[in-house]
Design a binder for this molecule. Structure first.
Ligand SMILES: *Cc1c(COP(=O)(O)O)cnc(C)c1O
Length: 488
């Protein structure tokens, strides 16, 4: 019997009950005449063991860092230490109410304040907000801060943000959301920013530049100080996309490179579970001259203890309800505190070592467009001398071996990109197994292309028709026709 395509509603049998309530110890009240209780809700009736099997079987359809290797470049799917979960589920942290009186949440505020302080040290920034719910929202917050800064200075004509063509898609999307004009510049042959193209792009309208360093190619931008000078010379601000902080913790700091504002992806760098859309955390840090624009409230400290500081007349306002995704922030804090400074630096060392080891092995069989020492990830371009073998087929075949494929077709500037980020938590044995699989797939691609084209062969759901899936959207239960059910 297949478990994966039956909905919980379809498993319902009238009269089945999966819970038992404790004996009532308060007077019973009849609510039926309130007029607000609905009798027609289609709620599933299932026993406890049925509901257990349903959700456990669903969860087994997922790949996760806890079930297998997950080298999804740029996303940093590192292992999530279970101590993070132990701390986050402590009742004194997990059962707080956001409107509790301050004197009852001093410990929690101390944690948030402490996290802000740690993030400042790691990045070399002067002030932080913990509110943004993810990297993309951090970008939005950061560009709103840059805009507020220029407007306060009367520089309302500044309306252009420069973004290199290797950037993550959220960068240009953020530029558009804030109402700025996007100026894209091409990368040079070694993957770095083309300084001549940058100089040609800057002018008095330049509001700022968004940069990821190391870039999404996994390469450290050597000319960062010169880039910062060029942007600052025209009064622009530098935004740091911190998704790749995993490569440089304890080694280099965006604040020292000349960046004015940045976000972290705490769910990437500081190991909180992510994927499937969240929840995440995208704290935004700024240099002192931008601190007055941070969202309110900022967690602050006085002689009377910790408090939410709303005294920020030039604030861009709130960007998220209450104070951010608190449970995620607790996990990030736990990760930082349990590793300490030297531990974080070692994590970066190991991430870079693992990536370089894997790159050295795979470049024998796969095309490596940027053949230089990489940081925590690297980008291949299909199988060496066989551009006809599609990256999508390679990725689909990997599913048969129980590993998650790397990120594919990103960054956009690499043809048939395969972006591998092994992360620091994987052993040499796991790295070797993965490289063996990649080599076997390359051989199959050359000798037996049909095996790749038909893959995956062993998963519950085979190759999906991606065009059909995108064109014939089925957005709610009951919309599926018999024909569509058969196609599945
Ligand atoms: C993941 C990522 C983002 C977006 O972050 P989210 O937390 O997913 O919103 C932005 N830039 C880069 C380089 C990324 O890898």
């Amino acid at each position: 019997m297949s478990h994966y395509n039956t909905l919980i509603f379809e498993k319902s049998t009238p009269g089945q009950i999966g819970y038992s309530l404790p004996k009532l110890d308060v007077p019973e009240v009849d609510l039926s005449n309130l007029g607000e209780l609905r009798q027609d809700l289609d709620l599933p009736e299932v026993s406890e063991n049925e509901i257990m099997r349903h959700y456990l079987n669903l969860s087994l359809l997922n790949h996760s860092v806890d079930t297998g290797f997950y080298p999804l470049g740029s996303c940093t799917m590192k292992y999530n230490p279970k101590i993070n979960e132990d701390i986050a589920k402590m009742p004194s942290l997990a059962y707080l109410h956001p409107k509790q009186p301050l004197e009852t949440i001093q410990g929690s505020l101390e944690l948030m304040y402490g996290l802000q302080e740690q993030l400042k040290i790691i990045a070399g920034m002067d002030a932080f907000t913990l509110q943004p719910a993810a990297g993309a929202q951090g970008e939005l917050t950061g560009l709103m801060i840059i805009k507020a800064f220029h407007e306060k200075n009367g520089d309302v004509h500044k309306n252009e943000i420069i973004v290199p063509d290797s950037a993550h898609g959220t960068n240009p999307a953020t530029v558009a959301m804030v109402g700025y004009n996007l100026i894209e510049i091409k990368s040079q042959a070694d993957g770095g920013v083309d300084l001549e193209a940058l100089k040609a792009a800057v002018n008095e309208n330049t509001a700022g530049l968004m940069l990821t360093n190391p870039s999404t190619l996994g390469l450290f931008e050597q000319q960062i100080e010169e880039i910062a000078r060029i942007i600052h010379d025209v009064g622009g601000q530098l935004y740091y996309d911190g998704a790749n902080m995993n490569a440089i913790m304890g080694k280099a700091r965006p604040g020292d490179m000349g960046f004015d504002v940045m976000h972290y992806n705490v769910h990437k760098t500081f190991s909180t579970p992510h994927g499937g859309g969240g929840p995440g955390g995208g704290p935004v840090g700024v240099k002192a001259h931008l601190a007055e624009f941070l969202p309110v409230p900022v967690v602050d400290k006085s002689d009377d203890g910790y408090f939410f500081n709303y005294d920020r007349p030039h604030s861009i306002g709130k960007v998220k309800a209450y104070y951010g995704n608190y449970g995620i922030l607790v996990r990030a804090y736990t990760y930082i505190k349990s590793l300490g400074g030297p531990g974080l630096e070692l994590a970066s060392d190991m991430a870079v070592l693992n990536a370089n080891y894997m790159m050295k092995r795979l470049k024998k069989t796969y095309a490596l467009p940027f053949d230089q020492v990489c940081k925590h990830e690297f980008v291949l371009s299909g199988i060496k001398d066989h551009p006809e073998i599609s990256t999508l087929d390679i990725a689909k075949r990997m599913l048969d071996f129980g590993v998650h494929p790397p990120t594919i077709y990103f960054p956009l500037i690499v043809h048939g990109a395969i972006m591998v980020e092994p992360t620091e938590t994987e052993s040499k044995a796991t790295l070797d197994q993965f490289a063996d699989i990649m080599e076997q797939i390359a051989r199959e691609g050359i000798e037996d292309p049909e095996t790749l084209k038909q893959a995956p062969h062993t998963t519950k759901v085979g190759r999906v028709d991606e065009v059909y899936a995108a064109k014939a959207l089925i957005l709610k239960y009951g919309d599926m026709t018999d024909d569509q059910i058969r196609r599945d």
